[in-house]
Design a protein around this ligand. Structure first.
Ligand code: PEP
Ligand code: MN
Length: 389
């Protein structure tokens, strides 16, 4: 029985004839003949159809028509799934069709039962401190490094990041330790200048709707860590993801980092509920950044554990060995030993769920081996990034 995704969105009473569009995904083995038959059946309903191809799947976007409840569309032979498109996120919604996706960079895998930890400083300043924190997080179990080099600061007087020099340090440290890294790009021009150097592009909260940046970053064909804007609805966030997917890049990892609220006890209000909500609507992985939600290192472990329990496919955590020396987000930086404890907790939580915490390789390409092998190991993987479904 084909799956009907969600319920029919409500019809606007002012325009009863204007039903919201739906995406019909056809059976994976539907050939040209069957596609034509489905289209003919639909045309009898007085609708308009547009063919779309999503990955290896064929689909039809159906608009118009007065008598087309989703469950009757789902009964047409050859139809695998009917997805309401109230917000026109056709590519994003279609990622549900083949089951959860996995986005991979090096040993890091997000989604499809794989959980990965990304950790590092908010911003890259001193190269030695960077190496120290990178080693510590890798030894604790992080499989990807994070570090800001082009910082987006609310005040122009604040530290703006170390730029190209910091990016070179980040890249060298990541290579030395055999870890892939994410860094935030803030301007489409940076994509052309430094895009080749990065393993994964972080789109920061303030740039979630920087559409030219989304398009340029997507065209790199590398994983995109798409943070939710601090005031964005979940639908607006998915619209931003849709921009990336429409460039042919489906390696998107959504990152919840808390939304603005009037409450001052946390920096941002972590929307834990959005994690299962998203997972019911699309197949892309979702990670959580508890650091920018908490704004206070003492709150970070609890939020991180809550996120994993809610089904997050990974965490993005700020870690710093001497936060008193950093120019950025000192209050929320976890000391390395607290991160190590958090990683151990996550390993247990993930195992209880029947999922796997990915682990760094024991022997990095150019660097020292990790001191201790651990039990729940991730599977070996290719160094290049890839997307599976
Ligand atoms: C960051 O990751 O350091 C950052 C600036 O995050 P956000 O864009 O979520 O504020
Ligand atoms: Mn930060």
């Amino acid at each position: 029985m084909p799956m009907v995704w969600g319920s029919n969105p409500p019809v606007d009473p002012r325009f009863p004839e204007a039903r919201p569009p739906v995406l019909i995904l056809l059976d994976p083995d539907a050939g040209p003949q069957q596609r034509a038959t489905v289209r003919d059946q639909l045309l009898r309903l007085d609708v308009t159809t547009d063919e779309v191809v999503v990955g290896a799947r064929h689909g039809l976007v159906v608009t118009g028509g007065t008598k087309r409840p989703a469950d009757s569309l789902a009964r047409i032979p050859g139809v695998a799934q009917v997805v309401p498109l109230a917000e026109a996120q056709t590519r994003v919604a279609a990622t549900l069709a083949d089951g959860p996706r996995t986005v991979q960079l090096g040993n890091a895998r997000f989604g499809g039962g794989h959980v990965s930890l990304i950790a590092g400083p908010c911003t890259v300043e001193d190269a030695d401190v960077l190496r120290q924190v990178a080693r510590a997080v890798r030894d604790a179990g992080a499989v990807a490094l994070r570090g800001g080099v082009f910082k987006v600061r609310t005040s122009p007087s604040s530290y703006q990041g170390g730029g190209r020099k910091a990016l070179d340090d980040l890249s060298a440290t990541a290579r030395e330790l055999g870890l892939p890294f994410f860094t935030e790009l803030t301007d489409p021009r940076q994509v052309a200048e430094v895009g080749e150097l990065v393993d994964g592009v972080q789109i920061g909260s303030r740039h979630m709707q920087n559409f030219p940046l989304l398009v340029e970053a997507a065209r790199l064909g590398k994983p995109i860590l798409l943070k939710r804007h601090m005031a964005a609805s979940a639908g607006e966030w998915l619209d931003a993801a849709e921009y990336v997917l429409r460039e042919g890049n489906e390696q998107v990892v959504l990152c919840e980092r808390g939304v603005k609220s009037s409450h001052r006890h946390v920096r941002n209000m972590l929307d834990v509920g959005v994690v299962p909500w998203l997972k019911q609507r699309m197949g892309l992985p979702v990670v959580v950044d508890p650091s920018h939600a908490a704004g206070d290192h003492r709150l970070v472990p609890a939020l991180a554990r809550a996120a994993i329990t809610a089904g997050a496919d990974g965490l993005l955590v700020e870690v710093h060995p001497c936060p008193e020396t950093t120019s950025c987000d000192a209050a929320q930086a976890l000391p390395p030993e607290v991160f190590a404890q958090l990683a151990a907790d996550v390993r247990q939580l993930v195992a209880m769920d029947g999922r796997t915490l990915c682990e760094p390789a024991d022997t990095p390409v150019n660097g020292s081996a990790r001191p201790a092998a651990r039990d729940a190991g991730g599977e070996p993987s290719a160094a290049s990034s890839a997307l599976e479904s």
